[in-house]
Design a binder for this molecule. Structure first.
Ligand code: GLU
Length: 503
């Protein structure tokens, strides 16, 4: 048995996208399922796209979600360094192997020369590709004689190093999700492996590192599938065994067509990043800050492209790891459903015990400088939790418990306030309710309407307005019990005063 070692290899070019977290999650699950190692490698060879704070963000997001790497940048390990910009010498050594065995070559074309070639091809309705057809005629170490090449190098002439794709081969390879694939190598272009500044490109660094870090399985997004033939050819040029590959399906827009983008999130009002991201262009919302529970977030992501083959939808992280199977990952894109994320959060909130929710709710109260009271707050949580998908919903629905109504909803008022309302409420205040519990309050209201020979709405609606300030909210006798007799009477009096003034 070989060791399962998988890596999540993001480029620190900004915040992680949902798709990135899903890739990390599937790698994590595969590692856990196979008692393997989950590694974080930072692919920062493209220095122009490097963004300050992105690497830290990646770690914070993985940790918040609960899928902390076992090894990697920021986590240590014997295969380090795990940041590509710290591994330059390693790539230098390996590119030399490819040059020596004629699988790579120098290309000295200037950007202007390449542009001219592109324009010429365009004119003929063709696309210029650097490949087997022209590499022997361009300014390459394949075309020039060794002395000329040496001269150019000695004079520090700018160059890149390209991979020499063999022409006319039918390359067969395998993907764990997509099955057997093949490609005619003549359709591939000679990709740049090393740039003039001595920095490797993604392709070189990625292959070298996967080999050097003993990666057994490469699990990554579908967008890398077109690079797979090149990668397979590179492994064989180095004489290395290639890892196994699995390319995950795209996450699609809620409408079903096209890749999910940040713009879709803005349009529909859902986050596409795990954590909030602040940049010069503004603040992008994050699942954490929106009040999502990490377990709900992961559970939702797990089902984007993977299905357990049963109807079960709720899985703890351990259960996901036990059940995860690359064979059950679909080839076709997975449509993102923002309502389903809310549904998951609702389910997970309901699974939390009251005490835990109350603690979270009290954090929210503190942030609003509202003093907390364990008994009172937990009663409110208990009453409102069932309808809540987020802790903030408990606040939105239960704010009136903490602040007596200052204004009354005008529409509700119009419906409720009748010439006899003030008198009914005054009489109700006289109606002594001994034991101020939901049941007793309920009974007393019933007795009251009987004695007064009025309809239930005549007292219930005004009471609701008095307590909540509007005609919505939870069961009124229950609300009254939580508020307590004194506060209830105060609110009724305030409402009478308000109504009287209105008349
Ligand atoms: N650095 C690549 C990315 O940003 C990694 C691709 C791969 O996993 O090979 O997605």
């Amino acid at each position: 048995m070989y060791n399962v070692r998988v890596r999540f290899a993001p480029s620190p070019t900004g915040p992680l996208h949902l798709g990135g977290v899903r890739t990390a999650l599937f790698n994590y699950l595969f590692a856990k399922k196979n008692k393997g190692t989950f590694i974080l490698r930072i692919e920062d060879t493209d220095q122009a796209r490097w963004v300050e704070g992105a690497e830290e963000y990646i770690r914070e997001a993985l940790e918040w979600a609960g899928i902390t790497p076992d090894e990697g940048s920021g986590y240590g390990g014997i295969y380090g360094p795990y940041r590509q910009s710290d591994r330059k010498e390693i790539y230098q050594k390996h590119i030399q192997t490819l040059l020596n065995n004629q699988n790579a070559y120098y290309a000295f074309d200037t950007p202007e020369e390449l542009e001219t070639l592109r324009e010429a091809a365009d004119k003929n309705g063709e696309t210029f590709t650097y490949n087997y057809k022209n590499r022997k005629h361009l300014k390459t170490s394949l075309a020039l004689n060794p002395q000329e090449v040496e001269e150019l190098l000695k004079n520090n002439t700018p160059y890149v190093i390209r991979f020499k794709i063999p022409a006319g081969e039918n390359l067969r390879f395998h993907d764990l999700i997509r099955g057997n694939l093949s490609v005619d190598t003549s359709t591939l272009d000679d990709k740049v492996l090393m740039k003039n500044d001595g920095m490797p490109t993604y392709h070189l660094a990625n292959i070298v590192d996967d080999h050097e870090m003993a990666i057994s399985h490469v699990i990554r997004g579908e967008e890398w599938l077109p690079s797979l033939p090149l990668h397979i050819l590179m492994y064989s040029a180095f004489g290395w065994n290639a890892p196994q590959f699995a390319h995950l399906p795209l996450i699609l827009k809620p409408e079903g067509k096209g890749k999910l983008s940040k713009r879709d999130g803005d349009k529909h009002g859902f986050p596409v990043f795990p954590l909030e991201w602040k940049s010069e262009t503004g603040i992008s919302p994050g699942y954490r800050e929106e009040g999502y529970l990490p377990q709900a977030f992961l559970n939702m992501l797990a089902l984007l492209g993977w299905n357990p083959g049963t109807d079960q939808e709720i899985f703890s992280l351990e259960q996901l790891a036990q059940n995860f199977d690359l064979n059950k990952v679909s080839k076709s894109g997975a449509r993102f459903n923002p309502e389903k994320s809310i549904w998951f959060n609702h389910q997970y909130l309901q699974m939390m015990d009251n005490e835990e929710i109350t603690q979270e709710f009290q954090k929210l109260l503190n942030s609003k400088s509202i003093s907390t009271n364990d008994k009172f707050d937990s009663q409110i949580v208990n009453l409102l939790k069932e309808r809540a998908s987020f802790v903030k919903d408990i606040w939105n629905e239960g704010q009136f418990f903490y602040e007596s109504p200052k204004n009354y909803d005008p529409k509700g008022l119009e419906k409720v306030w009748k010439p006899d309302t003030a008198q009914i409420l005054k009489d109700f205040l006289q109606f002594d309710i001994q034991d101020f519990t939901t049941d007793q309050i309920q009974q007393s209201i019933q007795e009251f309407v009987k004695t007064k020979a009025i309809g239930m709405g005549k007292i219930m609606m005004p009471l609701r307005m008095a307590m909540v300030g509007a005609l919505h909210g939870p069961d009124i006798p229950h609300v009254m019990e939580i508020l307590g007799k004194e506060e209830v009477y105060k609110r009724i009096q305030s409402f009478i005063l308000f109504g009287d003034k209105k008349d």
